[in-house]
Design a protein around this ligand. Structure first.
Ligand code: ACO
Length: 321
């Protein structure tokens, strides 16, 4: 019970790539991609920097909260890889918003934002921060093998942000890891030219065993929903809005099926953006917050899985008018 969301924002690349666009250079089709995943199109970085998207979404969330960088006590960025290894994306955002707060990046793949929310909870509960800016930014298009039709069609680029402040919104959180270094793997040894290095270079692009990820995802999402509800003393039926990681509509449907939840409670935008890793949940939150979907007192459940293999869920009450 440590924080409340007081602002949200998002920023997406201008370039829209449809499934038909991909079929121009891959042996694939809109029909295959849409029926297997629910994805129609995604945003892809061209001449924009990921840093710039992160700064735009951070400023949007601060503006939404009527706060400035000077009000922030901690900046957390969820990303698998920013434009630079150092400075961190969080430090780059801090510079742009005029903040001198501690700032660091956190990599928990698609679950990064939930990990950041739990870190924010700990800082706030310990009295070390009152206002935390959480930013996610992912350039998935730069991590993919664009000749691998089984993986590159699934992802998109983007950034999202939220500002959380000390308050009574968060009801419970759960994070977990089922360590597996093979099922999803993205090596980062590029440019490694040390004359002392004796380790051969791995293939650089993302490798993914889609079937194994699918099985893990369905199981992990269901398990985390049950656990976070148990910790909050409610049942899955008591949740007003589900905000699941947007990796695949079939994974979302399969993991929620046993709870017999009214489908109108399950928020989706995967058709427009694909899987933006940590950013998916943030853009989903910002989109539906701006549409006025949430009412004060509504219970929102975030649930995600990702490379690592990581998973988690956070349950909170929406406290904004
Ligand atoms: N277009 C056309 N055909 C394709 C494509 C494509 N883009 N990709 C694969 N195929 C082919 C395969 O080669 C296979 O052909 P074959 O039967 O001749 O061998 C056939 O389609 C069926 O492939 P399956 O793998 O059985 O398809 P499935 O229905 O299982 O869907 C998918 C594959 C969509 C990848 C699914 O397994 C999935 O969503 N898994 C989870 C992936 C995920 O969520 N990753 C995110 C992890 S988080 C992170 O990475 C940060």
């Amino acid at each position: 019970m440590s924080f409340t969301i007081v602002g949200t924002g998002s920023a997406l690349p201008a370039k829209i790539v449809s499934n038909d666009d991909l079929a121009q250079f891959l042996d694939t089709s809109d029909e295959w991609i849409f029926t297997r995943t629910g994805i129609r199109r995604r945003r892809v970085l061209t001449d924009e920097r990921l840093d710039d998207l992160a700064i735009r979404s951070a400023k949007a969330a601060l503006g939404d909260a009527s706060l400035t960088g000077a009000d922030v006590d901690l900046i957390l960025c969820a990303t698998m890889r920013g434009d630079t290894y150092t400075p961190s994306l969080a430090c780059t955002v801090a510079e742009a918003i005029g903040s001198r707060a501690p700032a660091f990046d956190l990599n928990a793949a698609c679950v990064g934002v939930l990990y950041c929310m739990e870190v924010a909870d700990s800082f706030i509960a310990a009295g070390k921060a009152e206002t935390v800016l959480i930013v996610s930014a992912e350039a998935m298009s730069k991590l993919l093998d664009w000749t691998d039709r089984a993986s590159c069609v699934l992802f998109g680029d983007g950034s999202g942000a939220m500002v959380v402040r000390k308050g009574e919104g968060r009801l419970a959180g759960v994070l977990s890891t089922d360590p597996d270094s093979h099922v999803i793997r993205m090596p980062n040894y590029e440019g490694m030219n040390s004359p002392y290095n004796k380790i051969g270079q791995e293939r650089l692009a993302m490798h993914m065993d889609g079937g194994e990820v699918y099985k893990f995802a369905v199981n992990a999402m269901g398990r985390n929903i049950e656990e976070v509800c148990r910790r909050a003393g409610i049942t899955p039926a008591d949740v007003d809005w589900y905000l699941p990681h947007q990796a695949n509509v079939r994974i979302i449907d399969a993991s929620l099926k046993k709870f017999r939840i009214d489908k109108s409670k399950v928020l989706l935008n995967i058709s427009e953006y694909g899987n933006m890793s940590a950013t998916s949940i943030m853009v989903l939150l910002d989109e539906y917050a701006k549409k006025g979907t949430f009412r004060k007192g509504d219970k929102l459940l975030f649930v995600a899985f990702g490379a690592g293999l990581t998973s988690g869920a956070v349950l909170l009450t929406w406290n904004r008018d």
